[in-house]
Design a protein around this ligand. Structure first.
Ligand code: OSB
Ligand code: MG
Length: 380
């Protein structure tokens, strides 16, 4: 493998408006700032990553603003002008900064793209992916009424999505799921609570068992793996963890405790592709299926998600819907498209998509180039 040395990183912060508001138990997304990270190596190859953050720290503790700060003051100074032998090494280079996984992931994934391009192979191949196409699901925000949700599900089923994920919260749960199951008794259906419940709701959550859900995602606190283990013993529906898993170590402990039977891997939340692969492998070796979650990404993050999902143990359809479900016009060319619930794994080198520079310019609200390791802080 040809090594990589990054000579410049450009932080392109864009402001993007979703095609429709997206509501979860912790709030509604309409617009978001995303920092697109362009890492350029000595030979002039550009690799791309993105901060899968939002503007507010309501999903986890990071925001787009904090991610840009971490990148500028700590993470980029650590990796710039260093010879990197393998992209798996980047994760370990960045552990001197505690947490801030999404910020780390933005630069780490950009470097994976550089490596793939420099060595002339698709990113999916570089990470060891074997699938040539992936099955896709759709995550659906909380709707005003159960009837609205049933209508939406009908549209998405017709489009061919292979899994339907419904956001739930106290007051918008049992009657919504009941309405969907009445109309669609057999579709692959799951619920995502984004930490909206506690163990006091155990009797309430048990009622979900009658709806034959594939899983319930992150019902309890964002930082919990103990109570989830208690809950999993009490309910039949498999528990899937999202917010609680930030690392391979978290995943190992959750599996050991029996906190979940499925893990949602998000590249940003676990600090990059390297850690995503390690969690995938751990789960595979323990007979635990995984799937790839989404964070309303631009095409860049979407391309990374597709590559990751080409690994063999991603046996459950993910949340990586086509570009048109998020943006009027995506920033990559071609956009991500889907045919009857299937997305082709791209075969071009690197992430396999070009960034639309003209579109990027239009959407950019802040741009900064970093070419030196200088920073006000000592970097260990
Ligand atoms: O919990 O999976 C989640 C979006 C933003 C923050 C958290 C989550 C989500 C989604 C959307 O469910 C997934 C997507 O379509 O990108
Ligand atoms: Mg989730």
């Amino acid at each position: 493998m040809k090594p990589v040395k990054i000579k410049e990183v450009i932080l392109h912060t864009v402001k993007m408006k979703l095609v429709a508001p997206f509501t979860t138990s912790f709030g509604t997304f309409e617009e978001k700032h995303i920092c697109l990270v362009e890492a350029i190596d000595e030979s002039g190859i550009s690799g791309w990553g993105e901060t899968t953050t939002s503007d507010e720290p309501y999903y986890n503790e990071e925001t787009t603003h904090t991610a840009v700060y971490m990148l500028k003051d700590f993470l980029i100074p650590k990796i710039i002008h260093k010879t990197i032998e393998h992209p798996l090494d980047v994760h370990d280079m960045l552990t001197f900064v505690r947490r801030n996984q999404i910020a780390k992931s933005a630069i780490e994934t950009a470097i994976w793209d550089v490596f793939a391009k420099k060595n002339n192979m698709p990113l999916s191949e570089l990470i060891g992916g074997t699938k040539t196409e992936i099955e896709v699901g759709k995550s659906i925000g909380i709707q005003a009424t159960p009837e609205k949700l049933v209508e939406k599900i009908g549209e998405y089923v017709d489009e061919g999505f292979r899994k339907l994920k419904v956001k739930i919260a106290p007051g918008a749960d049992l009657d919504y799921i009941e309405a969907v199951r009445k109309e669609f008794p057999d579709i692959p259906l799951m619920a995502d609570a984004n930490s909206a419940y506690t163990l006091n709701d155990i009797e309430h959550l048990k009622k979900l068992d009658q709806y034959n859900l594939m899983m319930i995602e992150q019902p309890l606190a964002h930082d919990d793996i103990i109570d989830h283990a208690t809950l999993q013993k009490e309910i039949q529906t498999p528990v899937c963890l999202d917010e609680s898993i930030h690392s391979l170590e978290d995943a190992r402990k959750a599996l050991q405790l029996g906190s979940c039977r499925i893990i949602n891997i998000k590249i940003g939340r676990v600090g990059g592709l390297g850690e995503s692969i390690r969690i995938h492998d751990l789960c595979r070796d323990n007979g635990v299926p995984v799937w790839c979650g989404g964070m309303l990404e631009t095409g860049i993050g979407r391309a990374h998600n597709i590559a990751l999902t080409s690994l063999s143990n991603f046996t459950i359809p993910g949340d990586t819907a086509p570009s048109s479900h998020y943006w009027d016009e995506d920033i990559i060319q071609p956009e991500v498209t889907m045919d009857h619930g299937i997305i082709q794994v791209h075969t071009g080198s690197g992430i396999g998509f070009e960034v639309n520079r003209e579109k990027l310019e239009q959407l950019t609200v802040e741009k900064e180039s970093i070419t030196t390791a200088e920073t006000p802080h000592p970097i260990p």
